[in-house]
Ligand binder design. Structure first.
Ligand code: SF4
Length: 494
């Protein structure tokens, strides 16, 4: 009755766990007599019906297992978390070893060439799984799927599903069906933001969670693929976001980070992003609110004022400038000049005196001269960021900047990147030294990775603090800072 030479349910389960997922063809091969059912249909229809029934039976009998690997930004990490929760709600089991998985998913990034190369080389390792366990299915999801589409098959011919970032919610549906001879490619434009019902979200063991509030981008900066791969801006309904956060706080979440490519242009509530912040601020049980990413051209006075008035809003702002040179900013189509940006910083610092600022820089953008680079250096020195992320410019096909000659040699890019990093290290070290002797508020993340009986957590300004004393995950405590390194502060609970 059970196929594959098994005569009982338990034997069947043992068989399936030994041999992985069972396909209809393997069952039909082992029990050809099954195709006699149902008799009133044509033999083709009988086979189709039977295949479907067997798949439903397989789904009931097997605990199918998936493995996800993530590449890229926080938004991708959060998408992967939601995708995992979604698959689990369809009875799939997440595994941390791809050797045990029936489906291997890589959620990819296209923002930089390096991220794409990592995915290709990862498949170089994973592809043996198809040889060793032919039933395994490969899914390439996310921005690379959208950017490359069917062309991916030239380099990764063993993919079963290529699915863009806006269509992740359809993965469980695609997985209901048997592996096809030809892969499925779904890179349609999404109409809404990928989100889950509140009760499906959040690992209650974590006190910190991300919440997507909008997705996509309308800015079309000349170097960036995001508007092409993530699509145009779409905002989630403000009431839906608030309901999700209420649910998260009931499950023990104390800190949320609102996510979007450009949160400042959120439009899912009358009054925009400031109105959303005020609404979320009222939620009981929530201690801290963060958000990323803010586009400088959309940072209105009203928004800065709102942040300064709401105590749960942390004094930390990621405010990516990309270059300190107005002529480069113009070529990047960023929509502000160096002076506009510095004006915004003045307003932010005036209204939120304790604010910590971080930024992104691109070095070696086409046409970047030594003077342009020095403009970035002087901007870093004058703003005094708490953290910066620096990237070498790389051409992204389909963007406007791809038409410009990539004329800054790699050695020059690398030298400029190192130059900015060195200067930033000195600034951060001095900043951290200033904190010695201060008492700071820390939200405890858990035991520190290094240091026996030390705890780790973050300040409101997003600095990592390792400290001694009695604490528990998810509580706020006061820590006296006793020493500092470039990456971390050290202290004890007081
Ligand atoms: S604002 Fe510019 S850099 Fe940021 S996602 Fe949009 S296009 Fe890309």
């Amino acid at each position: 009755m059970w196929g594959a030479n098994c005569d009982s349910w338990s034997e069947w389960q043992k068989h399936t766990s030994r041999h992985g997922f069972v396909t209809p063809s393997s069952i039909l091969a082992s029990r050809p007599a099954l195709v006699q059912f149902p008799l009133h249909l044509s033999s083709d229809k009988r086979l189709q019906t039977l295949e479907r029934m067997i798949y439903i039976a397989c789904a009931m009998l097997n605990q199918q297992r998936f493995y996800i690997e993530n590449f890229g930004c926080q938004m991708n990490v959060h998408d992967s978390e939601m995708l995992a929760a979604l698959l689990q709600s369809h009875e799939w089991v997440q595994v941390s070893d791809y050797h045990e998985a029936d489906v291997i998913i890589l959620n990819t990034c296209s923002v930089r060439e390096k991220a794409e190369q990592k995915v290709f080389s990862r498949f170089g390792v994973l592809k043996d799984q198809k040889v060793e366990r032919p039933h395994v299915r490969f899914i390439l999801a996310g921005c690379m799927a959208k950017a490359w589409g069917i062309k991916l098959l030239r380099r990764l011919p063993y993919l079963d599903l290529i699915i863009g970032p806006g269509m992740l919610a359809k993965i469980p549906e695609y997985l209901q069906y048997p592996s096809r001879r030809y892969p499925v490619v779904d890179t349609n434009e999404p109409e809404s933001v990928f989100s889950l019902a509140p009760e499906m979200i959040a690992n209650p063991q974590h006190h910190s969670a991300w919440v997507t509030i909008m997705e996509g981008c309308d800015n079309f900066c000349s170097y960036c693929v995001v508007p092409y791969v993530r699509g145009r801006e779409r905002s989630r309904d403000g009431h839906e976001i608030a309901a999700e956060i209420v649910n998260l706080t009931r499950r023990g979440v104390r800190e949320i980070t609102l996510l979007g490519q450009n949160v400042n242009s959120y439009a899912g509530l009358p009054g925009g992003f400031p109105a959303l912040l005020r609404k979320i601020h009222e939620i009981d049980g929530l201690m801290r609110i963060r958000f990323t990413t803010s586009h400088p051209k959309d940072m209105s006075d009203e928004l800065v004022q709102t942040i300064s008035e709401l105590p749960k809003l942390c004094e930390y702002l990621h405010f990516p400038v990309q270059s300190g040179s107005t002529s480069i900013l113009r070529k990047m189509r960023r929509g502000y000049t160096r002076d506009n940006y510095l004006n915004r910083i003045d307003t932010i610092r005036r209204l939120i005196p304790d604010v910590a600022l971080s930024s992104d820089f691109i070095v070696g953008f086409p046409g970047e001269s030594e003077q342009d680079h020095q403009d970035s250096v002087s901007l870093i020195e004058s703003v005094g960021y708490d953290n910066i992320f620096i990237f070498n410019y790389c051409v992204r096909s389909g963007t406007r900047a791809a038409d410009y000659p990539d004329d800054v040699p790699l050695q020059v890019k690398t030298k400029r990147l190192e130059d900015l990093l060195q200067r930033q290290r000195r600034i951060v070290m001095a900043r951290n030294q200033e904190k010695i002797g201060m008492i700071v508020e820390v939200l405890v993340d858990g035991p520190a990775k290094r240091g026996v009986s030390l705890w780790t957590g973050r300040t409101r300004q997003n600095r990592v603090v390792n400290f001694s004393g009695t604490a528990a995950e998810g509580v706020l405590c006061s820590v006296l800072i006793e020493s500092a390194s470039p990456n971390c502060l050290y202290g004890r609970i007081v």
